[in-house]
Design a protein around this ligand. Structure first.
Ligand code: F6P
Length: 342
């Protein structure tokens, strides 16, 4: 069998570990051949390929990014997109596809599977917001990077008696903020799922200064104030999947805090640092196991499935289930962090 592999959407640490596992087990155990499709769905859409075998996968386990490249191409927004993909798969003699991506890339995979394309999915995203799986790889690395940043910010905030507001990624889900905020001992964590009260936040800030510690506020890029207002955008322009670019809530909050409390405040935007560089051991382990299971699913002809972590087991779920809804932070999970606010 000849298998195509692609990585789509925002990159995340661990993508190369999946590719390596898929190829290594595919060649050694199943005797498959591989072709790499470049830049997400753009690859099969435009016939952009690269050689992919054990040789190309040497040394990539600890490398961030993706050797295949990525993009946010949506073939369903392009004229004859599906036909072009089917034609290119046939032209390259590809019998099956392993698609590694988040809600958008796997959303495309779900629809293609319904249209008869032989595809299996592997979930990735630093946001950890896919409902079918306990964790996605990339998330643990992002949380560790954010936690290290928070640890560092504590000392400079205390030296200057300042408030530091740390803006992290996550779109509509507050997982990165919640986990790094708990791990880093934040004075408040603001997430998209729970609109925040600016007066309460300022009260937390003042209470924190009373203990002679400086407050660190961790804010998810999608957080919104309870007293009206929308998410803060870098630009209203939408990508092929209808997403706007979020960013700027950290600065807004720092400004409000200064104005209301008279305390000096600074915002730090961690941005794409959270997605770059080498994956943690956990993410390498998870990504590798997803890859091993995905190529077994191909060998079994289990099309339209997505690999998912449940407890410590990797299982297969229908792609449609994995991408049906976003996994968000529950009020109970948020309440655990609130114990430490102020
Ligand atoms: O979905 C992953 C993610 O990193 C989000 O957390 C963030 O909002 C978005 O991608 C950023 O996208 P871009 O790569 O277009 O800057």
């Amino acid at each position: 069998m000849r298998v195509g592999v692609l990585t789509g959407g925002g990159d995340c640490p661990g993508l190369n570990a999946v590719i390596r596992a898929v190829v290594r087990k595919g060649v050694r155990t199943h005797g498959f051949e591989f072709v790499g499709f470049r830049d997400g769905w753009k690859g099969p859409l435009e016939g952009l390929t690269m050689e992919l075998g054990i040789e190309q996968c040497r040394g990539i386990l600890p490398r961030g990014g993706t050797i295949l490249g990525s993009s946010r191409t949506n073939p369903f927004k392009i004229e004859n997109g599906v036909e072009r993909i089917k034609d290119n798969l046939a032209e390259h003699g590809v019998d099956a596809l392993v698609a590694i991506g988040g809600e958008d890339t796997l959303g495309v995979a779900t629809k293609l599977a319904d249209l008869g394309v032989h595809v299996v999915g592997v979930p990735k995203t630093i946001d950890n917001d896919l409902s079918g799986t306990d964790f996605t790889f990339g998330f643990d690395t992002a949380v560790n990077i954010a936690t290290e940043a928070i640890d560092r910010l504590h000392t400079t905030a205390e030296s200057h008696h300042r408030v530091l507001v740390v803006e992290v990624m996550g779109r509509h889900a507050g997982w990165i903020a919640l986990h790094s905020g708990i791990a880093g001992g934040a004075s408040a964590v603001l997430i998209p799922e729970q609109p925040f009260d600016i007066e309460q936040l300022c009260a937390n800030v003042e209470a924190r200064f009373e203990t002679s510690y400086a407050p660190i506020i961790v804010v998810s890029e999608g957080a919104v104030p309870a007293a009206g207002g929308d998410m803060t955008l870098v630009s209203g322009e939408k990508d092929a999947f209808g997403h706007v670019r979020l960013g700027g809530i950290g600065d807004r909050i720092a400004g409000e805090i200064e104005q209301r409390t008279g305390k000096e405040a600074r915002a730090v935007v961690l941005g794409h640092v959270q997605r770059g560089g080498t994956p943690t051991a956990f993410d390498r382990w998870l990504a590798t196991r997803f890859g091993l299971q995905a190529i077994d699913a191909v060998a079994d002809g289990d099309w339209g499935t997505m690999m998912a972590l449940r407890g410590t087991k990797i299982i297969r779920v229908p792609l449609s289930e994995g991408t049906a809804e976003l996994k968000l932070v529950s009020p109970e999970e948020y309440a655990e962090a609130q114990v430490f606010f102020g």
